[in-house]
Design a protein around this ligand. Structure first.
Ligand code: SF4
Length: 323
């Protein structure tokens, strides 16, 4: 495990909660978004997301790896900020510490799906993963940790090298595909001009397996962009032969978005068409939409306009170290 110096825990300057419908008798469950303010005035956002598994409710912590993001995906709120800075491993781990010890929710799972592209800050991300998984750290098994990437083949290979190490074989990778072909992908994800879908596919195929379950392929369904029947067919052809779950995510409109959310009928039709072609397909929920805490929505307008924002909760300060 990497050396881990004591650090001052950044204060929680905002926290918002969205209570979800109790459809399955689990009582009130809520999505919690919290904002940490750094010494330089910049802020990171993290989200605690409840997950219903049968008769149990578990929690997933969505952590940020950067403030803002340089990748420029056109559907993403965070992209509007540009990249303001990459986080240190300590600042990533701090999000888990605050969730566990300040908010009082010890997450079962950790996903790198908050602000930032993890492969754009891999030294810190991989060090944080080691701390998360370490017996002297957060002690979250690697099988409960997911790194989500925009699809950087070299980054995927580096994550694969960690997966090859004992104790990390079941670390999960999620890839944001979001398009059926290079032309559409390049139009909504500028990175596709540097890393083609063919290169991405090679990297996915080469990723170590170790008997793992299906890899997550994320697909944000954007009306009029990537949701046509022929798009579904292309995606299924692209994924054929890859053991993966196609996770369809109904688009959460960012502020000033040129696109709305897809209709329920179009989401169901896309999924049904993929399933009919033998593609294992799931729908990912959009918990937190009303508080801008859902996928691609982190990085609120206040943070974008100015580096330092007003404090709405009492500032807490404490010298401590992650446990
Ligand atoms: S979707 Fe992810 S990679 Fe793309 S701009 Fe947003 S945070 Fe960055």
């Amino acid at each position: 495990m990497p050396a881990f110096a004591p650090f001052a825990v950044h204060p929680v300057v905002r926290e918002s909660r969205e209570t979800l419908e109790d459809r399955e008798g689990h009582g009130a469950i809520e999505t919690i978004k919290f904002v940490l303010q750094h010494e330089d005035g910049l802020e990171t956002e993290s989200v605690i997301i409840p997950m219903i598994r049968g008769d149990r409710v578990t929690t997933t912590l969505c952590v940020s790896s950067q403030v803002g993001c340089a990748m420029g995906c056109t559907f993403c709120e965070t992209a509007q900020m540009g990249l303001m800075k990459s986080l240190t491993a300590e600042q990533i781990v701090m999000q888990w510490w605050v969730s566990t010890h300040r908010i009082g929710v010890r997450p079962k799972n950790i996903v790198f799906m908050g602000m930032g592209e993890p492969t754009d800050n891999l030294d810190a991300v991989l060090a944080a993963v080691e701390i998360f998984a370490g017996h002297d750290g957060a002690h979250v098994p690697a099988t409960n940790i997911t790194i989500s990437t925009v699809g950087n083949p070299a980054g995927i290979a580096r994550i694969g090298a960690l997966v090859d190490r004992h104790g990390f074989h079941k670390l999960n990778l999620a890839v944001s595909l979001n398009a059926p072909n290079d032309a559409i992908r390049a139009s909504i994800m500028p990175v596709n001009r540097a890393w083609s879908m063919a290169a991405l596919r090679d990297a996915i195929v080469a990723f170590p397996k170790y008997g793992r379950g299906a890899m997550c392929i994320e697909y944000v369904l954007i009306p009029g962009v990537n949701d046509a029947p022929e798009h579904c067919d292309e995606v299924c052809a692209y994924l054929r032969g890859i053991r993966c779950s196609l996770n369809v995510i109904p688009y959460n409109p960012r502020r000033n978005s040129p696109w709305g959310a897809p209709t329920e009928a179009s989401v169901l039709a896309f999924m049904a068409r993929a399933i009919a072609q033998g593609q294992f397909t799931k729908r990912r929920g959009t918990k937190g939409r009303s508080q801008m805490a859902a996928c691609g929505q982190l990085g609120n307008e206040e943070i974008r306009k100015r580096k330092f924002v007003g404090v709405s909760l009492p500032i807490q300060s404490e010298g401590s170290r992650a446990s």
